[in-house]
Unconditional design. Structure first.
Length: 205
């Protein structure tokens, strides 16, 4: 678990405290999807969770602290999926990674679908300047990890070229998730297949 930022007071250590913390984040995610970034408030979160404001303020300084933790949790869960995918397929070479791109996109989509308010959390990470570092730090971490793997498999490509292509691919993947939540003129399975086809082409040379 990451160190608390300026918007977080402390991270829970005991099991009961962790349950309270997670409950607050779940409720915040639900509300974020219902009322949006501007309207959500700490009082609204406490009322829905059946908790008093002091329980929330033990962990978060304000609503942005809650949104920051919500975003960090979503990023961490999606990163776990990607790291597991890399560990599973990279030993079999670039061809295995390329052949299983759609598996990765689908697994990420499943995380987003099961995380309360995930799409609105992604939007908050883009729309609120003080939350942007959560998205940026996570995407750079993922890009570094993927570059470590791809650089071994593609020694003919300079590392900075690999990182640049990976970083663009990561951004593309997250934009795809937001689009799929809004665009009903493309069937989800078709969007996944097209996205996988595009991503395979990134390293074809």
């Amino acid at each position: 678990m990451a160190e608390p930022s300026n918007s977080l007071r402390q991270l829970p250590q005991q099991e009961r405290a962790r349950q309270t913390y997670e409950r607050l984040l779940d409720v915040a995610g639900e509300l974020l999807g219902e009322v949006g970034i501007e309207r959500i408030s700490t009082n609204m979160i406490c009322a829905r969770a059946g908790m008093t404001p002091p329980a929330l303020y033990r962990y978060f300084k304000d609503k942005y602290g809650v949104l920051e933790a919500l975003g960090a949790r979503l990023m961490a869960r999606q990163n776990e999926v990607l790291f597991s995918w890399l560990d599973r397929h990279s030993p079999n070479g670039w061809e295995a990674l390329s052949a299983n791109v759609e598996e990765l996109i689908l697994a990420n989509a499943e995380v987003t679908a099961t995380e309360p308010g995930a799409i609105w959390t992604l939007r908050a990470l883009r729309a609120v300047p003080q939350l942007a570092h959560v998205r940026l730090d996570s995407h750079r971490l993922v890009s570094d990890r993927m570059t470590d793997v791809y650089a071994t498999l593609m020694p003919h490509l300079p590392r900075d070229v690999i990182w640049r292509r990976v970083r663009l691919s990561v951004e593309f993947g997250f934009s795809l998730e937001e689009m799929m939540a809004e665009e009903d003129r493309i069937p989800p399975e078709a969007a996944l297949a097209e996205a996988a086809r595009w991503l395979r082409k990134v390293f074809e040379d």
